[in-house]
Design a protein around this ligand. Structure first.
Ligand SMILES: [Mn+2]
Length: 544
């Protein structure tokens, strides 16, 4: 991915200082359209000082040609005015303003600093694709790396929001060509003025951020730490006041906690984005069903299904919300089977745990366990029906005022009962379900279920992770929460406590459920879930 001179756009006549030539192309020889004037000034390589700040880190080797001063001067001329990137207001703007106001009420006297984070190195000079920090994005809707939101207390007892973003590096600045993020290399991108217009926040250039951070007093500032090392260094963390509780999070930790807790309740905008993510996810699952015969012809067909789903995620959304788990046969008993490199064999089950992240960065999180042949065997169906009954009991327990753990308890009762009926539990059902870890036999069913049944879902697949237990795990469900219900049964291939015919079978069923005013709504109900519906659906897309 070394920088190369891309084809430049011919500039329209009559613009810029130069009138001669009217058409400029700095592309490599042979790329200028026939009949077009290409005029390059004489560049003497020994007269011009080599430029050393071509946008790369000091000491970094590069095989790109260094631009010389004369060439830089040439590159700076002959361009039409920068593309106008001002767009219409982003739909998220009024929602983000409300969220900022809500956060402000938690810390009325404090300045709040919320960075999004920057690019991270994947290897050498290649980076992972950038994805904004979830808290920052929730408060702004801004997609740009390195941006930082400041909420500054004002005399009215509210906060003024100022968003620091990298300004444009269009053809009005040498950076368009010399910086690796210049628009010549990466294409036009919004800057201060454009972002301010679409997101309806006062924006300032990122170059002013150090001064702004320098003005903050640590005793009245809270920083969302761990995302941006430069921001973390610029504002020292301030110790807890003397005499305050020694336990609990730091002052900065309280900011992270408040953000997680505010994000527990989804607004209408967020629910609509989650529905989009789920709709795209349903399309991706259907395409995996269509592609199963092709996958079955490969030695590592799981990868083919992973790629099939990823293509849908990229077309309809931003990306997958988390690494897809494509686990066929006994791989389904490995909870975090991310290698996705096994075969797809007729007669086995395929456990697919996948979610599209929408363009607005909300992610679905759905699991289906499908018979690769299109039909469950008797023993597969027997396990599947138990997990399905457990999941339905869990979904039925989702309503406002119920405990967050009630769906889990309902699902585990079904699972433990079935395991006991099959003679697998070295304890009775009530003993196994005991929540006292010291009670004899407590939790023995967990050998075969391994994980808990739910987590919150939103911008993060495991959403609101910094929320206190008393607002999340030990709290009651409230309308506006979105959680998964995803029990499973996993019989390891080498587990001698289970009969041979069960060994290597893993089943999980996962849906995304919104708590409503009077109960719940399964957002992913469009994806078939019962044995009959799955077999019918697979027949539809897999004609014999
Ligand atoms: Mn999940």
């Amino acid at each position: 991915m070394s920088a190369q001179l891309a084809e430049s756009e011919p500039s329209p006549p009559g613009t810029g200082a130069n009138t001669e030539p009217t058409e400029v192309s700095a592309s490599s020889p042979g790329q200028a359209p026939a009949g077009q004037t290409v005029a390059l000034p004489e560049i003497s390589t020994d007269a011009a000082e080599p430029d050393t700040d071509g946008g790369r880190a000091a000491g970094q080797a590069s095989h790109d040609e260094e631009p010389h001063a004369a060439f830089r001067a040439f590159m700076a001329t002959g361009w039409a005015p920068p593309t106008d990137l001002s767009g219409r207001r982003d739909d998220v703007a009024p929602y983000a303003a409300k969220r900022r106001a809500l956060l402000g009420t938690r810390f009325p006297a404090d300045a709040l600093v919320i960075p999004t984070g920057g690019l991270r190195v994947r290897a050498n000079d290649t980076d992972y694709p950038f994805r904004p920090g979830s808290d920052f994005f929730w408060l702004t809707g801004c997609h740009d790396p390195d941006a930082v939101l400041l909420l500054l207390p004002n005399p009215a007892g509210e906060h003024d929001a100022v968003l620091y973003v990298a300004d444009r590096s269009d053809r009005s600045t040498p950076a368009f060509y010399t910086d690796r993020l210049g628009e010549l290399w990466v294409g036009p991108r919004p800057g201060v003025r454009e972002t301010s217009g679409t997101l309806e926040i006062e924006c300032r250039p990122l170059t002013e951020l150090p001064t702004a951070l320098g003005r903050l007093s640590p005793g009245n500032t809270r920083v969302l730490r761990g995302l941006d090392a430069q921001v973390d260094d610029a504002v020292l963390s301030y110790p807890r006041r003397r005499g305050s509780r020694a336990e609990g999070p730091s002052r900065d930790g309280e900011l992270a906690q408040a953000l997680s807790e505010l994000r527990l309740l989804k607004d209408d905008y967020e629910i609509a984005r989650l529905e989009e993510a789920v709709a795209a996810t349903v399309r991706g699952f259907t395409e995996c069903v269509i592609e199963m015969p092709a996958a079955a012809r490969l030695p590592n067909g799981e990868r083919w299904l992973e790629g099939t789903f990823w293509r849908r995620a990229r077309v309809d959304g931003n990306d997958v919300g988390y690494g897809s788990i494509v686990a066929c046969g006994h791989h389904a008993t490995t909870l975090h089977w991310w290698r996705d490199d096994g075969p797809v064999r007729s007669g086995d089950l395929a456990l697919l745990d996948m979610g599209v992240e929408s363009r607005s960065l909300y992610t679905a999180d759905v699991t289906r366990t499908l018979p690769i042949s299109g039909e469950f065997t008797d023993v597969q169906r027997k396990v599947y029906e138990v997990v399905l009954a457990a999941q339905q009991a869990g979904i039925d327990a989702v309503r406002p005022g119920a405990a967050y753990l009630d769906p889990h308890r309902a699902a585990m009762r079904v699972i433990a009962t079935a395991l006991h009926d099959w003679g697998l539990l070295p304890a009775d059902v009530e003993q196994s379900l005991s929540e006292d870890p010291k009670a004899p036999g407590a939790g023995v069913h967990r050998r075969y279920t391994l994980h808990s049944t739910s987590h919150m879902l939103g911008l993060d697949v495991h959403d609101c992770a910094q929320a206190r237990d008393e607002t999340y795990r030990q709290a009651d469900l409230t309308a506006g929460m979105v959680l998964t219900v995803e029990p499973g049964l996993y019989f390891q291939p080498d587990d001698l406590t289970v009969p041979p015919e069960l060994r290597g079978i893993g089943v999980r069923i996962e849906d995304d459920v919104l708590v409503t005013a009077d109960g719940c709504r399964n957002l992913s109900t469009a994806l078939p879930r019962t044995v009959g519906d799955i077999e019918h659906w697979m027949r539809q897309y897999r004609p014999v």
